[in-house]
Design a protein around this ligand. Structure first.
Ligand code: IPD
Ligand code: CA
Length: 258
């Protein structure tokens, strides 16, 4: 079962994916944002403008929080869309072919609907509150794997060098408990891979709300847990930054990060 809302969000995410796919056929130039690691391309901006344009036509009065706008509309409206037009920008720039568009829809401070679309594999992850999570047409129901039976994904918090020690200390400790570790370059897809049972756990010391707004609902609707480190509740309706811990209930409990 799909609501009209999620169908509309999926159409918009697919449109974003078409722009990303087409752009990736040519050389992609990048500009630097906060540091030499933090890149932006003209396509990040183009995809975000496309997504906001499409969503405002389909959901008149909605508010937006987007990675590239820099502005924040304090949404008085019922719905706020939290958009990462290209999550995995460094991958995109290097033609690594592992990036996505992430769109979360927030109502009353909580995720209501979410889509994450990987145009390279044509994988559409989606969830609606109380209605389950899906990968394309397949319902995702997570097996409660312990760390010893799963992979651990991590984000390196690349734009925050002050968190490097902490990240690799946590990684070292988790490496001792799990089958192996992976680093993908797209936090939104990492969350979806946890939801799909491809990994038992994901952690990153700092992310922005647009990185996790959609993926968090997809994880929870697949039967997993998604919180900040320490078990703190994530914030979804403001442009905040937070640590993120997601996984099977068993692996989150064992992670040492609660
Ligand atoms: C980044 C990716 C990366 C994660 C960073 C994010 P961006 O988003 O999700 O995997 O490690 O913390 O900022 O910059 O590619 O949109
Ligand atoms: Ca991102």
């Amino acid at each position: 079962m799909k609501s009209e809302m999620i169908s509309q969000m999926m159409e918009v995410a697919r449109g974003c994916g078409q722009i990303i796919r087409k752009a990736s056929e040519e050389r992609i130039g990048a500009d630097i944002k906060s540091s030499f690691r933090d890149l932006v391309t003209k396509y990040d901006v183009q995809v975000q403008n496309y997504a906001i344009g499409q969503l405002s036509e389909r959901f008149p009065g909605a508010g937006f929080i987007g990675e590239e706008s820099g502005e924040y509309e304090q949404a008085e409206s019922a719905l706020t869309f939290v958009i990462d037009p290209i999550d995995g920008t460094a991958n995109f720039v290097h033609h690594y072919q592992h990036s996505c568009t992430s769109i979360g829809c927030i109502r009353d401070g909580k995720p209501l609907a979410a889509v994450v679309y990987d145009p390279f594999l044509d994988e559409m992850f989606r969830a609606e509150k109380g209605q389950g999570a899906y990968l394309n047409d397949r319902r995702l129901r997570m097996e409660d794997l312990p760390l010893s039976e799963g992979l651990v994904l991590f984000g390196s918090a690349p734009y925050n060098p002050e968190l490097t020690e902490e990240t690799f200390r946590n990684l070292r400790s988790l490496f001792g408990k799990c089958q192996d570790v992976r680093q993908s370059g797209s936090a939104a897809l990492d969350l979806c891979y946890v939801a799909a049972g491809r990994a038992a756990l994901f952690f990153e010391s700092i992310l922005s709300v647009w990185d996790y707004a959609a993926g968090a609902l997809i994880v929870e609707e697949a039967g997993g847990r998604c919180t900040a480190f320490g078990g703190n509740t994530l914030v979804f309706d403001r442009p905040v930054k937070s640590s993120v811990l997601a996984g099977t209930p068993a692996s989150v409990a064992e992670s040492g990060l609660l």
